[in-house]
Write a protein that binds this ligand. Structure first.
Ligand code: OAD
Length: 249
């Protein structure tokens, strides 16, 4: 479907859900999970670092990986896609941003009430007692690419501090998941941007929207098969800027 036709859908929409994955932050320099990694971390499979078992087996490796990602995020800026998504709030009666990302680039672009399905890099906690840990600002101790870093210890029980993200095998935060489901079930236009759509339950959301009668638009530079009811917009996430300009000038 041409961009101008999607822009028309956007103009007419009452409730727009923007569901994002790692690809929306790619143009800010944050590596995605399933695209080839460069540098020393390319030796590791991110999915294998994203479990409680991996953390317990090698806390320094796992913490080092997440601290490296946190550093990348701190050094990054929101890109044109984050900004265009935030701008939707000025034009659309009800925009809802639901993200699988653990960065804060949507918020820094101006989006409000972002639903984080997979937690946040900014909310580490004790792996044993759950006590919240106050993150320190970047220091010289931040890991260089591919390095282990000993996690801090919990002030309450001396357990290891773990990243505040959702790992494979863990439940999504209940309030975020329920808000995501509600938004997907009530919207009339659903954008799925920069996600491979292979990690469940998050990947259920476009299906939920489709089932409830919404138009679903996938934005991705890599074409994949979609059903006849879905729309594919091929391009990087920043094509959202062109779309918002085309719809609202
Ligand atoms: P993936 O790394 O699986 O997929 C990234 C998607 O972004 C791919 O479809 C790419 O084609 C696309 N992409 C790459 N560059 C892009 C760009 N410039 N603009 C738009 N799209 C681009 O990331 P996610 O789908 O977010 O979960 O992964 C889902 C979950 O799996 C993550 O939240 C994380 C991960 O393991 C957990 O850690 C639980």
């Amino acid at each position: 479907m041409p961009l101008t036709t999607i822009a028309k859908l956007l103009q007419e929409a009452r409730h727009v859900v923007v569901f994002t994955g790692a690809g929306v932050s790619a143009e800010s320099g944050i590596p995605t999970f399933r695209d080839a990694l460069t540098g020393l971390w390319s030796r590791f499979d991110p999915a294998q670092l994203a479990t409680a078992e991996a953390f317990r087996a090698d806390p320094g490796l796992c913490w080092g990986w997440y601290e490296w990602r946190r550093l990348k995020v701190l050094q990054a800026q929101p890109n044109a896609a984050h900004l265009a998504i935030a701008e939707l709030a000025q034009h659309v009666p009800k925009p809802t941003v639901v993200t699988q990302n653990v960065d804060d680039l949507h918020e820094r672009a101006g989006s409000q009430d972002v639903i984080h399905l997979h937690g946040s890099l900014r909310a580490p906690r004790c792996i044993d007692c759950g006590h919240a840990h106050v993150t320190s600002l970047p220091s010289n101790e931040l890991p260089v690419d591919g390095c282990r870093l000993e996690p801090p210890r919990c002030a309450e029980c001396n357990g290891y501090i773990r990243p505040g993200v959702v790992w494979f095998g863990e439940m999504l935060p209940e309030s975020a998941w329920s808000a995501g489901l509600t938004a997907a079930g009530n919207c009339d236009l659903f954008f799925s941007i920069g996600t491979s759509g292979v990690v469940f339950p998050a990947a259920e959301l476009p299906l939920r929207a489709l089932g409830a009668g919404a138009r679903v638009v996938h934005v991705n530079p890599v074409r994949f098969e979609v059903s006849g009811q879905e729309v594919f917009l091929q391009g990087p996430a920043s094509v959202m800027q062109e779309l918002v300009e085309s719809a609202f000038g």
